[in-house]
Design a protein around this ligand. Structure first.
Ligand code: NAD
Length: 438
């Protein structure tokens, strides 16, 4: 019987190349298991043939690369990177690059699959991919990170490209990392801004891309709150993770939606103030100290306490697997909006369904980022710039329409929002696959 916990990942040494990683330990549930579980339920509802199911379920291509770099002190350090292309039936593969010690093939597979479903849910012309390096970037200087990014780009150069596979930022990568990738790729292929998205505006990035995932999360929350009769101006909201996605989510909720964010956290811990945490105060504190911990006027809490706080809305915006079989029954929020990728295991999903806590799933809720990445890619290909107002307006249209599409699927199949979104996505990918001819 499977253990009801998310797998504790085997760490890959940052200084020693590992043998090929085991993608699972016997008896443990991995991030990829969780995605496959949801896929199987959706495929059964759609009555997909076994042959088609087999073709769509698993990744098209998986690349593992060794990344030797010379560290600032002259040492040779060899790291391991991955790029997994899950499916390109609806368009070029698309997905972020993650730098984190826990990165392994299982996680990248799961995340690449989520990208296939995400791009299909919001109906943008991309497939799904993901990449990453098993590294703790906090231990690296800027020069070391640049060298690592350049060698990774060289090693995956053979499978990426503006009409092949387009990387973007994810955990611990940002516009600077995308600039290095774009520059490295362009050295061989000529000026190619469309090879990555999430670039700085000065290098062909799109207005509104940096905040796009957070903005999409806020729109998802607003649309869901209409269905579940929650007044977002009177809600208390806890946000786990205060990086790109979590911080923009908190800012937009406070500044534009008039909501009260009562707790925020990062890898070092969290802070809680039932009267509300002002975004500007939190940002100033992070700029001074590198963390939200220690924010004046707020109580220190742990990341697990944040997840179990008495609040109306919980927004996990850090890493995957945060809500699982061992803590889900202690969650008190009335609504969960998944800003992170894969924050909820299926045991947790079952507990939330039993407790009637709706979960707005990652493959819809955090799709704002890839949607504006699509706008960036389209602008790069057309060599034409959109202004911020246009980007925000187009994002709003796509997020609102996609929410309605997900809810139609929920009603038609009488399923949770997650399974409704999977059914919607899988149906679109299956139709594209059949139309292209196998
Ligand atoms: P980020 O690196 O900018 O921020 C991550 C945040 O999580 C940081 O505040 C970090 O301190 C915190 N964190 C890390 N480990 C933690 C832990 N163990 N417990 C609690 N907090 C922890 O990354 P991001 O781009 O904001 O991505 C956050 C999540 O959103 C990820 O799951 C990512 O896959 C997903 N996502 C990102 C985008 C995007 O456009 N960046 C798009 C869609 C989904």
């Amino acid at each position: 019987m499977k253990r009801k916990t998310l797998k504790k990942k085997v760490l890959v040494s940052a200084s020693k190349p590992s043998a090929i990683q085991p993608v699972r330990s016997v008896g443990q549930l991995t991030a990829y298991d969780v995605v496959l579980h949801n896929f199987d339920i959706a495929a059964a509802k759609l009555q997909l043939s076994d042959e088609l199911k087999q073709l769509i379920k698993t990744p098209d291509r998986e690349l593992r690369v060794e990344l030797p770099i010379i560290m600032d002190d002259g040492r040779l350090n060899t790291l391991i990177g991955y790029r997994v292309q899950h499916n390109n039936a609806r368009g070029p593969n698309k997905g972020g690059i993650r730098y984190h010690p826990d990165v392994d093939l299982d996680e990248i597979r799961a995340l690449s699959s989520l990208m296939t479903w995400k791009t299909a849910v919001v109906d943008i012309p991309f497939g799904g991919a993901k990449g990453g390096i098993a590294v703790d970037p906090r231990q690296f200087s800027t020069g070391e990170l640049e060298r690592l990014t350049r060698v990774f780009t060289q090693k995956i150069d053979c499978i990426i490209g503006p009409s092949e596979d387009i990387p973007a930022p994810d955990v611990n990568t940002n516009a600077q990392v995308m600039s290095w990738m774009m520059d490295q790729y362009s050295r061989r292929h000529g000026h190619s801004p469309a090879v990555v998205t999430g670039k700085p505006v000065e290098l062909g990035g799109s207005a509104g891309r940096e905040e796009a995932t957070g903005r999409g999360v806020c729109i998802a929350l607003r649309e869901a709150s209409k269905v579940f009769k929650i007044d977002i101006r009177k809600t208390s909201i806890a946000v786990q993770g205060f990086g790109n996605v979590g911080s923009h989510t908190a800012r937009i909720l406070e500044e534009e939606f008039g909501s009260k964010v009562v707790a925020v956290s990062d890898v070092k811990g969290g802070v809680y103030n039932p009267r509300g945490i002002r975004f500007k105060d939190a940002m100033e504190h992070v700029a001074e100290t590198g963390s939200v911990v220690g924010l004046k006027g707020a109580a220190k809490i742990s990341n697990s306490e944040l997840l179990e706080l008495k609040c109306d809305v919980l927004i996990p915006a850090s890493l995957g697997g945060q809500l699982h079989g061992r803590n889900a029954d202690r969650v008190k929020a009335k609504l969960i909006v998944e800003a992170a990728n894969g924050p909820t295991t299926y045991e947790a999903d079952e507990l939330f369904a039993a407790k009637k806590i709706p979960v707005v799933p990652d493959i819809y809720a955090n799709a704002g980022g890839v949607t504006v990445s699509y706008f960036e890619w389209a602008q790069n290909l057309q060599q034409f710039r959109w202004d911020y107002t246009r980007v925000v307006g187009e994002l709003e249209k796509i997020m609102v329409k996609s929410f309605a599409d997900v809810m139609k699927s929920v009603e038609k199949y009488n399923v949770t929002m997650r399974i409704g979104a999977y059914i919607l996505a899988l149906d679109r990918v299956a139709k594209a696959t059949k139309l292209r001819g196998i």
